[in-house]
Design a protein around this ligand. Structure first.
Ligand code: ATP
Ligand code: MG
Length: 235
């Protein structure tokens, strides 16, 4: 008998696949994905445009359901949860970072970062220290009263990272977080993500076209035409 001493995976994909549409126009975007992501990992998800990276992130985060196989988050099978239960699980356990930041333009940076805590039922007063400490970690404490439009792209992405991390999620899913930034700013964002992974032990899965990130991630998953092409540790 062998004993599995590895911690419970955060993400577990079991033969997971995704088909969009039906009939002649159907697209088989992902096929037979088997992988587990464990606590504290820092994973780069690479592959050409259209290979299925965003689709895979959406399955991991339960934004989309697999049409084949299973997608589990912390042992919860998204396929067997109601929409309400899946949304509640996401709100508690997943932080998102996007290519175009997706901050709410009418809210201050403070309120953008507070937003997920508000959704999880915390008052502004209760959340204040946590929000300010997260803004400090990402280097934005001086700008907490500003609106997103008054910040640079790199600063907006820092705010989005603070927003993703403030509820201490088990998993952060980032879809091309450096895709809209110049090389130098992208490098700074990669540094910040690596620091946060080390400091907070947050698990990250990050899709990217950039070598900056691919070279520095401890694990690289490559997909091509919707299939796993390579899954390896490095460094
Ligand atoms: N909502 C959708 N409806 C139909 N087809 C879709 C949908 N979303 C994605 N696809 C298709 O699924 C395939 C994978 O797309 P996906 O967006 O996951 O690729 P990607 O690797 O993220 O690409 P990129 O690097 O350009 O962001 C593509 O062929 C795409 O056209
Ligand atoms: Mg994509």
């Amino acid at each position: 008998m062998t004993i599995d001493v590895q911690p419970l995976p955060i993400v577990h994909m079991q033969g997971a696949g995704k088909r969009y549409g039906t009939g002649a126009g159907a697209v088989h975007a992902l096929k037979g994905i088997d992988l587990a992501i464990r606590p504290g990992e820092f994973v780069a998800l690479c592959g050409p445009s259209g290979s299925g990276k965003s689709t895979l992130l959406n399955l991991m985060a339960g934004i989309d359901a697999p049409t084949e196989g299973r997608a589990l988050l912390l042992n919860h099978d998204f396929g067997s949860l109601s929409d309400v239960a899946a949304a509640a699980l996401r709100a508690k356990t997943i932080g998102f970072v996007f290519q175009f930041f997706n901050l709410l333009p009418v809210l201050s940076i403070f309120d953008n970062v507070y937003y997920p805590l508000m959704l999880n039922g915390h008052s502004r007063a209760e959340a204040r220290d946590e929000v300010m400490s997260m803004l400090e970690r990402v280097g934005l404490i001086a700008h907490y009263k500003r609106r997103p439009g008054e910040l640079s792209g790199g600063q907006q992405q820092r705010a989005a990272i603070a927003r993703a991390l403030v509820k201490r999620p088990a998993l952060v899913v980032a879809d091309e977080p450096t895709g809209n930034l110049d090389t130098h700013t992208g490098e700074e964002i990669v540094d910040l993500l690596l620091d946060m992974n080390k400091e907070l032990q947050t698990t990250f899965v990050i899709s990217t076209h950039s070598l900056q990130l691919k070279d520095r991630a401890r694990r690289v998953i490559e997909i091509e035409d919707g299939r796993l092409k390579r899954d390896g540790q490095q460094n």
